[in-house]
Design a protein around this ligand. Structure first.
Ligand SMILES: NC(=O)c1ccc[n+]([C@@H]2O[C@H](COP(=O)([O-])OP(=O)(O)OC[C@H]3O[C@@H](n4cnc5c(N)ncnc54)[C@H](O)[C@@H]3O)[C@@H](O)[C@H]2O)c1
Length: 250
């Protein structure tokens, strides 16, 4: 029992938090030490080996400041991380040697691999466009995953010396060609019944390659989160962004 990972969950009563608590409790090498939600005392997390945060963009920074101050390793899925937030977390960690934070915008292993494969393939094709499809309750478009995929594709194309993709469009209804992220066209579909889906379309000489990922259930995030909990203690000092290193892809 000595090497059980003691896990605390912030946002324990939320849609993700509930599933994370159940998943942790079901793992042989982990123990759910504390579940904390709004109104609970964070002190319950003291003594944990790893704290998982799936709360709210308005709450996560204060939680991280507190956890890092306590020397607790964190695994963070809460959205809303920009460069300024990343820099702030790096400063907090620099003042707490031996403490790590793993911040992951998308814990779905399939989505992480889709982004890798898209970046790998991009240099071989003249054209690349993205279609992302989500449930009708999503408030932002395009999705963070689509934006990140487009940036990775654009970087791979630039490195390969590819110019703009062929496109003869001279007249178009506004929006018909989608949004442009780093000059990659991204089309957003919002449809009742869907959860989170993405297609990367690559086109070349007489052939196309389509990469498609479907998140069918919030359970898709759990294997990546459990790997993050197991892996965060072995990460290098400072914050780590994305699941790639934990998956052994970096
Ligand atoms: N990285 C990923 O792969 C991934 C996957 C799914 C969701 N998310 C993100 O995770 C976050 C949570 O998603 P959700 O669907 O579970 O939301 P949710 O609203 O169902 O749950 C959030 C929970 O956090 C609690 N909370 C808010 N402030 C808190 C605080 N200061 N301390 C403790 N608990 C607090 C809320 O009461 C609620 O129970 C969102 O930002 C979402 O975008 C990320």
């Amino acid at each position: 029992m000595a090497d059980m990972i003691k896990v605390g969950v912030l946002g324990a009563k939320g849609r993700m938090g509930t599933q994370i608590c159940a998943a942790v409790a079901g793992e042989q090498d982990m123990a759910l030490a504390a579940g904390v939600d709004v109104g609970d005392d964070r002190e319950a997390l003291a003594g944990c080996d790893v704290v998982v945060d799936f709360t709210h963009p308005g709450a996560v920074m204060d939680n991280l400041r507190w956890c890092i101050g306590q020397g607790l390793d964190t695994v963070v899925g809460t959205s809303g991380f920009d460069d300024a937030r990343a820099a702030q977390v790096a400063r907090w960690l620099a003042a707490a040697p031996g403490t790590r934070a793993l911040i992951v915008p998308n814990f779905s292993i399939g989505a992480v691999l889709m982004m890798r494969f898209a970046a790998q393939a991009a240099r071989f094709f003249d054209s690349a466009e993205i279609i992302e499809l989500h449930h009708a309750g999503k408030v932002d478009a395009p999705s963070g995953t689509a934006t990140r995929t487009a940036s990775l594709i654009a970087a791979a194309r630039a490195e390969a010396g590819l110019g703009p993709p062929p496109d003869a469009t001279v007249t178009a209804l506004e929006g018909a060609r989608g949004a442009e992220v780093d000059a990659v066209h991204v089309h957003s579909v919002r449809l009742a019944g869907l959860l989170a889906h993405q297609e990367v379309l690559l086109g070349g000489h007489g052939e196309t390659l389509t990469l498609r990922h479907d998140s069918l259930d919030r359970a898709s995030f759990l294997p990546g989160i459990l790997m993050g909990i197991r892996g965060v203690g072995s990460l290098p000092a400072g914050p780590t962004f994305g699941l790639d290193r934990v998956l052994g892809l970096d």
